[in-house]
Design a protein around this ligand. Structure first.
Ligand SMILES: CC(C)(COP(=O)(O)OP(=O)(O)OC[C@H]1O[C@@H](n2cnc3c(N)ncnc32)[C@H](O)[C@@H]1O)[C@@H](O)C(=O)NCCC(=O)NCCS
Ligand SMILES: Nc1ncnc2c1ncn2[C@@H]1O[C@H](COP(=O)(O)OP(=O)(O)OP(=O)(O)O)[C@@H](O)[C@H]1O
Length: 202
């Protein structure tokens, strides 16, 4: 059981998964809010039933699963729809993540929470001992998002605008990784943080 939990947050396509994968290579367990959010609306779940009750069966694909591309286009065009989807998903995500972190067995555990700043900050996640922010300039975020997901400029811009600003996110930070440099620079930085976190957890 890990009793030292570090939240990792950052804007869309800032490099959170790249960072958490490097921690994983050092034996650190990671609980991921994006995965928990998928599980919360998996086929057959009560979460998906609530989403269908709210948005209609048009949000399902031919297999009966949530059509994520369609939902993405919809919620980033309509702030009210986004808030209603979040109201279904976020409480379930908080519960699942807390359970996963408490069950982890590494010396400390990372909880990757993309929407920590948007979803109530540390008050909504009182079990976090520390917060690591992955920070990049917005233009870098935009370029990476378009390149990785092949979406158009305007959807990328709306996704970034739907999120907290850099100062809002940085206000939560105990530690910051500025990820606008070479990928090769990350492992050394992460190894130093890992040593620190092992001491803090010890
Ligand atoms: C809209 C959905 C269906 C799109 O699915 P898709 O597979 O394309 O994206 P994925 O879930 O992998 O999210 C990718 C990134 O988009 C951004 N994002 C997702 N939802 C939101 C939101 N409501 N507000 C702002 N940014 C968001 C985050 O940076 C997230 O890391 C999905 O993101 C979703 O269910 N969102 C609402 C729940 C939520 O807030 N999830 C975020 C983790 S708690
Ligand atoms: N330092 C870097 N230099 C160049 N490219 C990078 C760097 N860090 C990450 N990337 C690339 O940027 C993209 C976004 O990174 P990643 O998927 O890790 O972000 P994320 O924050 O986890 O994304 P999401 O918010 O969608 O979950 C990926 O294609 C990744 O390979």
């Amino acid at each position: 059981m890990s009793d030292y939990i570090i939240g990792v947050t950052g804007g869309v396509a800032s490099g959170k998964s790249t960072v958490t994968r490097l921690f994983e290579t050092l034996g650190v367990e990671v609980a991921d809010a994006d995965l928990a959010a998928r599980e919360a609306v998996a086929p057959g779940s009560d979460g998906l039933a609530e989403v269908v009750a709210l948005f209609g069966s048009g949000v399902l694909d031919a297999t009966g699963a949530l059509d994520r591309g369609a939902m993405r286009a919809r919620v980033f065009n309509d702030a009210d729809a986004r808030r209603r989807l979040e109201a279904i998903i976020h409480p379930r995500v908080r519960q699942r993540l807390g359970d996963q972190c408490r069950q982890a067995s590494s010396p400390y555990v990372l909880a990757a929470i993309p929407l920590l700043a948007e979803g109530g900050g540390r008050e909504a996640y009182p079990w976090l001992d520390r917060v690591l922010v992955v920070d990049v300039p917005t233009d870098v975020q935009h370029q990476r998002l378009v390149a990785r997901d092949g979406i158009d400029d305007s959807l990328a811009q709306r996704m970034i605008q739907a999120q907290a600003t850099r100062p809002q996110r940085l206000a939560l930070a105990d530690d910051v990784i500025v990820n606008d440099g070479e990928l090769q620079a990350l492992p050394t930085h992460i190894a130093a943080l890992d040593r620190r976190y092992r001491q803090l957890a010890g």
